[in-house]
Design a protein around this ligand. Structure first.
Ligand SMILES: [Zn+2]
Length: 170
């Protein structure tokens, strides 16, 4: 019987790309092997800014941002948390981002930063996408204008400059 290409049934135990042994609950050694496999399967690379691949879709399209296939996608931009650090933020930082319980408020805010996809901008506003939600920002101040997900005054668009190096994934 042929070896399964994927380990989803828990009986595999080898990387679907390079064949090295992996934890049976994993399909790949690491991210590079996952991207390598998508390329091997003939997947398309959609990285108009030449940034590293951050997302592989089910049909092996490789994107530099999860919203990198949006028809007006420009490039990734950083969004910063500037709100108060409450027990909730602290708990998220500890459990989602692996920060220690003694992290400073600035470290917690830093860990909460997000990388949005810029899909529109003019002299006045910028529109970004993150987790399928849209936010409208004031280009000059970075202030949040409209959004259903982010709280006004708690988040700020850092810049709409096109990145020259890859922003860290958030
Ligand atoms: Zn591998």
């Amino acid at each position: 019987m042929a070896k399964p290409a994927y380990n989803l049934d828990g009986t595999g135990g080898s990387c679907a790309f390079c064949g090295k042994p992996v934890n049976p609950s994993h399909n790949y050694c690491d991210w590079d092997c996952q991207v390598g496999h998508a390329k091997q399967l003939g997947g398309r690379v959609l990285a108009p800014n030449g940034l590293p691949i951050r997302c592989v879709t089910r049909d092996n399209v490789m994107l530099e941002h999860p919203h990198g296939d949006h028809p007006t996608y420009k490039w990734p931009v950083k969004v910063q948390y500037i709100g108060p650090v409450t027990a909730d933020e602290r708990s998220d930082a500890e459990h989602l981002y692996g920060l220690s319980a003694s992290a400073t408020d600035e470290e917690v805010r830093g860990a909460m930063g997000e990388t949005h996809a810029l899909v529109y901008y003019d002299e006045d506003v910028a529109v970004t996408l993150y987790d399928c939600s849209q936010a409208v920002w004031d280009v000059k101040t970075g202030e949040l204008r409209t959004s259903s997900l982010w709280k006004h005054g708690h988040w700020k668009l850092v810049s709409i400059e096109r990145p020259v190096t890859a922003p860290s994934q958030a």
